[in-house]
Write a protein that binds this ligand. Structure first.
Ligand code: C2E
Ligand code: MG
Ligand code: MG
Length: 707
């Protein structure tokens, strides 16, 4: 081995004929560029043993050996040591055999007699190089195969000319197949969701046309068990020198989880957490669609309707029973609404206690009012939450979708306005938006604002209406009735503002002012016009004021400050005020009675009078509503009611006042029925304190109010 040789190669020569061996040794020793160390074996088995023990760069193999002859010699050597390059050394008559061996993996063959130093050394070097290249390729292929097998993505490879396609095992398992699908492109494309096919093809064509550098597309694909899953396919096309697309290969990834998360996000953004209903955003979107659909259609037809719902007195429930009960109630209401609507309609929670229903494909008004009626009835059914029986009602505003609407915002605004109107009309009802409603609501809102200022500026006055006893023909007291001294409109009656004052809570400060003023004025009269019993005053009390927790304490304070004896004060309450909070009311009524304050049931006969409550609450006086007194002589029913109430009063030992007595025939009839007390225009309209003082100063029996 000399150092000037650039390479050192180990050659194993398996050859049984010594002259040949010598010849080969000879010619290889002549090679300058390389040094060959030659090991020799004269039998195949011996050669294989050597291969086992030593490193060999190349094997020179004679096919005709004592222990093996012909093709099988090559086969045995190659199969045992596939990584060793083999050059066959043959006789001229073995040439066909040798050519076959080359096809099967031998690197080359040389004919013994034609061999020279140059030829053999070149053959050896090439054989080694080729073997190395093949080995490298084999390793690379093996690595690729391993990668394909181990990848989480499926791999595909599509021969564009032939239409054949290869799909990896993972590609199959992704779609739920453990068996192989036909190796055609249709095995893939036929499974793409119908709705996604066009987009898929567009993306593919864009890449094949060179518009996009990569093919990348998300779509749904059918699995073996007929489910669609979301996948992402990526790929790249390979072109030949002429730019012709030959093949395309790439991957497929299961992206169902990501898609699910995405759609969950979208769902959350458009739905209400508590009830799971669509939220305001989604409702707005659907409304906008509904509006777009009707543009271009008939002029006056109704195409959709929006019902705007607001729970009545929801705040009370939340405040008194807690937020968790309030939440539960909202969920129950949401469920009721879901059941009422048809598929295609939308029910949404807009926020707080506001819901909306969008009805589509509507062509008659009665279809809309039918739904509104059902909503009113269903929502009014009591529900039980945490063993509380809760009765609630809803107020509904309706906007009918016609062509004049251009945005969801306008529809919602009008339906909201109609809902506001429904509330002001006494709640638990629906109102359909019309143009006049707008001005009415604007007026109402202005009233609210003005009323607030009026309370601050104290623009109220009290009028007084005498209450007359028929038993001893004398005036026993007054009812104080509030009026608003409006700076522009003059005196405004309570019918116009009391309900708004109730709704806004302004009734509380206004009520206390009324009480104090009435007590103060009466005390003054008592001092000026002493009588026995002293003059009494009836004051109307709103439920809001009556139910104030410190109501009794404040009342004591008013009595103390004005000096009016408690026994001269009567509070007029309507029955519904007491029924709303029956238990607390009972305790309060007891305290009032202990104080000596009188209790009158106002407008008796118009509310939910319950005879058992009459006894339970133990009132002093029933005031027969003027609607009955008014018609007692013309309408049989009203006459009977008046008669019954008077009889009831006698039986239960209660005083009775008939309100709204306007003429003599009514008075005569009431006298006949032995009604103890009356009040009405026949005696006097409510008058200001000055006129009331005049009435008081008139000598007994001379006033026009006494008959
Ligand atoms: P109410 O308590 O039933 O008062 C009687 C109403 O009947 C008064 O109307 C009175 O003017 C009217 N009236 C009396 N006699 C006759 C008659 O012969 N014919 C007719 N047509 N009407 C008669 P007003 O003053 O307009 O009060 C209406 C309602 O407003 C009252 O009904 C009461 O519910 C409420 N209200 C009045 N003042 C107050 C107040 O200070 N506080 C509260 N909470 N409510 C009040
Ligand atoms: Mg009254
Ligand atoms: Mg009344």
């Amino acid at each position: 081995m000399s150092s000037e040789h650039s390479t050192d190669l180990t050659v194993l020569l398996i050859e049984d004929r010594m002259p040949e061996v010598d010849y080969i040794r000879e010619i290889l020793s002549q090679v300058q560029s390389c040094h060959f160390s030659i090991t020799h074996a004269d039998r195949l088995d011996m050669g294989l043993e050597m291969l086992e023990q030593m490193h060999v760069d190349v094997l020179l193999l004679d096919l005709c050996l004592p222990d093996s002859t012909g093709y099988v010699t090559f086969q045995t050597a190659h199969n045992s040591f596939p990584a060793v390059p083999i050059i066959l050394i043959t006789n001229i008559n073995d040439e066909t055999l040798a050519a076959r061996a080359v096809r099967e993996g031998a690197q080359d063959y040389l004919i013994k007699r034609k061999m020279d130093s140059e030829l053999l050394s070149r053959a050896i070097r090439y054989a080694i190089e080729r073997q190395n290249a093949e080995e490298a390729l084999r390793i690379s292929e093996e690595r690729y195969a391993l990668a394909v097998r181990g990848a989480n993505d499926g791999i595909w490879d599509w021969d564009l000319d032939k239409g054949d396609a290869y799909y990896s095992e993972r590609w199959h398992s992704l779609l739920g197949f453990d068996e192989e699908l036909p190796a055609t492109i249709n095995s893939w494309t036929d499974r793409i969701h119908e709705d996604d096919k066009a987009d898929f093809n567009r993306a593919l064509e864009a890449h094949l046309a060179g518009i996009t550098s990569h093919f990348s597309h998300e779509y749904r694909i059918l699995t073996k068990d007929y489910q669609y899953i979301w996948v992402l396919s990526r790929g790249i096309a390979v072109t030949d020198r002429d730019g012709h697309n030959m093949r395309m290969a790439g991957s497929i990834t299961d992206i169902s989880k990501r898609k699910q998360a995405e759609s969950q996000l979208v769902h959350d953004a458009l739905h209400d957490d508590l009830t799971g209903l669509p939220n305001r955003n989604l409702m707005t979107d659907r409304l906008d669609h509904a509006i777009q659909r009707i543009q271009g259609r008939g002029k006056h037809t109704i195409e959709f309707a929006l019902l705007f719902l607001d729970l009545d007195r929801f705040k009370n429930i939340n405040d008194s029973l807690g937020h968790s009960v309030g939440d539960e109630l909202l969920v129950l209401i949401a469920n009721k609404l879901r059941e009422i609507i048809r598929p295609g309609d939308t029910v949404a929670r807009l926020g707080g206690d506001e819901f909306a229903i969008l009805l589509t494909e509507v062509n008659t008004l009665s279809m809309v009012t039918h739904v509104a009626d059902r909503v009113l009835t269903e929502c009014a059914m009591p529900v039980v939450i945490n063993s509380h029986e809760i009765c609630t009602t809803v107020s509904i505003g309706i906007a009918l979708g016609t062509k004049r609407y251009t945005s969801s915002h306008e529809v919602l605004r009008d339906a909201d306005l109609a809902m506001y109107w429904a509330k002001s009309e006494g709640k638990a009802c629906y109102e359909i938006f019309d143009r006049e409603m707008h001005s009415r609501v604007v007026k109402l809102q202005r009233l609210e604002l003005e009323l607030r200022q009026a309370v601050d500026k104290n623009e109220f006055v009290l009028h007084y209406q005498p209450i007359v006893s028929l038993t001893n023909v004398s005036m026993v007291g007054f009812e104080a009735l509030v009026r608003w001294n409006h700076p522009e409109r003059g005196l405004v009656g309570p019918v116009e503002f009391i309900s708004t004052a109730e709704e806004t809570g302004l009734i509380v400060p206004l009520g206390w002012w009324t009480l104090r003023e009435a007590c103060h004025q009466t005390k003054k009269w008592q001092l000026e016009f002493p009588s026995n019993p002293p003059l009494s005053i009836s004051v109307n009390i709103s439920g809001k004021l009556f139910n104030q927790p410190d109501m009794i304490t404040s009342l004591r304070k008013v009595l103390k400050e004005t000096g009016l004896p408690a026994t001269s004060l009567r509070l007029e309450i309507t029955e519904s005020v007491l029924l709303d909070h029956a238990d607390e009311s009972l305790a309060k009524l007891d305290e009032l009675r202990n104080l000596g304050v009188g209790l009158h049931v106002d407008d008796f006969g118009t509310g939910y009078s319950s005879l058992s409550y009459l006894q339970k609450f133990n009132y002093d006086t029933l005031k027969i509503d003027r609607s009955f007194v008014n018609q007692m002589n013309s309408d049989k029913g009203s006459g009977a009611i008046v008669q019954t109430i008077i009889a009831l009063g006698k039986l239960l030992d209660m005083n009775i006042i008939a309100e709204g007595v306007e003429n003599h025939s009514q008075l005569e009839r009431l006298k006949e029925l032995e009604c103890p007390q009356v009040q009405g225009y026949l005696f006097s309209k409510p008058v200001d304190s000055k006129s009331a003082t005049l009435i008081l100063s008139a000598p007994a029996g001379s006033g026009n109010y006494l008959m």
